[in-house]
Write a protein that binds this ligand. Structure first.
Ligand SMILES: Cc1cc2nc3c(=O)[nH]c(=O)nc-3n(C[C@H](O)[C@H](O)[C@H](O)COP(=O)(O)O)c2cc1C
Length: 349
């Protein structure tokens, strides 16, 4: 067993002005400890390139990657795997459900020099749990221990795991405590906790108050995820987030890829039409047309939340038959300078 190796201040959200302090894991410094969440169909190479144009984060997570994807893709060309130097630190999230060929999978990633590997223990989509991955793996301590052991043995850098609170059933606190101890014992270096139950998806609010209790029960640095939309939220939630060693932002980054840059530069203004155009160009460069169209349709409802008539923007993209139509329809939409929402909210998508 390799012990967790943390040289963190461990007080991420307590930094000045709500800026998480650096987090150091196995010699890798995440500065600030501000992370873009793994998001399926969103945090591909094209979107990470757009985030990198703005900067301000400590690391980006890829979307969850199944072993099949990793073994079958062209590392240098695949939008799931490739990374550009300007992205900075990239943590690859794995969707694993068995140890078979897991070491080979990790070995295949090594030329990409991941700054960390993350194990998905949170996803409760049927397509993931039916194979025993994500939330289902979290419910199976023996299989989980085997998988983490192989990951630890095969990768010398920071090892993360991302989980929710588990099933909402009697004993969830004890089960969650046991999982954290298991991950700690098997050499995981940090965990991301999205404090909702598996069944909840995005219902109810994230239970940020639990971070104090969770942090008291583990030596692992905890990265807070869920309903955190930027620096203002970090300030407002300072007490609840202070036991966390870092902060992760998901849906708000999909809506506002400049969210991390605003930390450094609160006055930063953006030209929404130009950013959307750039995203279309990046996605079209990295994906074949059919896949590019799907990616733009997934992100459109989030990006639309910036706009007063965001629903119309979303419908234009959603109904577009191809990439050319997306471009043409959104150009028409932006031909009249759009009214912007004063505050952006991503709930309910
Ligand atoms: C479209 C979408 C895709 C997601 N895909 C993943 C994923 O691949 N792996 C994962 O661990 N979490 C995934 N999540 C969960 C996010 O990483 C994050 O924990 C969650 O959205 C809560 O954070 P937020 O309120 O900042 O969005 C996804 C969330 C969304 C909205």
């Amino acid at each position: 067993m390799i012990p967790a190796n943390t040289e963190s201040g461990g007080q991420g959200a307590k930094g000045a002005g709500g800026t998480p302090r650096p987090l150091t894991l196995r010699g890798v410094v995440f500065e600030p400890a501000l992370f873009c969440a793994p998001m399926a169909s969103i945090t591909h190479s094209a979107f990470r390139r757009l985030l990198a144009d703005f900067g301000g984060y400590g690391a980006l997570f890829t979307e969850m990657l199944s072993a099949k994807t990793i073994l079958g893709e062209d590392r240098e060309r695949s939008a799931f795997l490739k990374r550009r130097p300007q992205e900075g630190k990239v943590i690859y999230q794995l969707l694993a459900w068995e140890t078979h060929r897991l070491d080979e999978t990790i070995e295949r990633l090594s030329p990409l020099k991941p700054d960390g590997l993350d194990l998905n223990l949170a996803c409760s989509a049927w397509s993931v749990t039916k194979a025993g991955g994500g939330a289902a793996l979290c419910e199976d301590p023996q299989r989980l221990a085997g998988i983490v052991r192989v990951m630890r043995r095969s990768f010398a850098g920071p090892l993360f795991a991302k989980l929710r609170l588990g099933r909402e059933a009697e004993g969830w606190r004890e089960r969650l405590g046991e999982r954290l101890r298991l991950l700690e014992g098997e050499g995981v270096d940090a965990v991301t906790v999205h404090p909702r139950f598996h069944e909840e998806k995005f219902k109810r609010s994230a239970r940020h108050r639990l971070y104090a209790e969770l942090a008291a029960g583990t030596r692992l640095p905890i990265i807070a995820s869920g309903d955190i939309g930027g620096q203002e939220d970090c300030r407002a939630l300072a007490a609840e987030l202070s036991p966390a060693a870092g902060v992760m932002i998901g849906r708000m980054a999909a809506a506002c890829p400049w969210v991390f840059a605003r930390w450094r530069d609160p006055g930063l203004t953006v030209d929404h039409a130009e950013v959307w155009r750039r995203l279309c160009a990046y996605v079209a460069e990295d994906f074949e047309p059919g896949q590019a169209l799907i990616r733009l349709k997934v992100i459109a409802p989030y990006f639309g939340r910036n706009l007063f008539f965001g629903h119309r923007f979303f419908v234009e993209v959603h109904n577009a038959p191809d990439l050319a139509a997306v471009r043409e329809r959104t150009e028409r939409f932006f031909s009249v300078p759009p009214r912007l929402c004063r505050s952006v909210a991503v709930g309910g998508i």
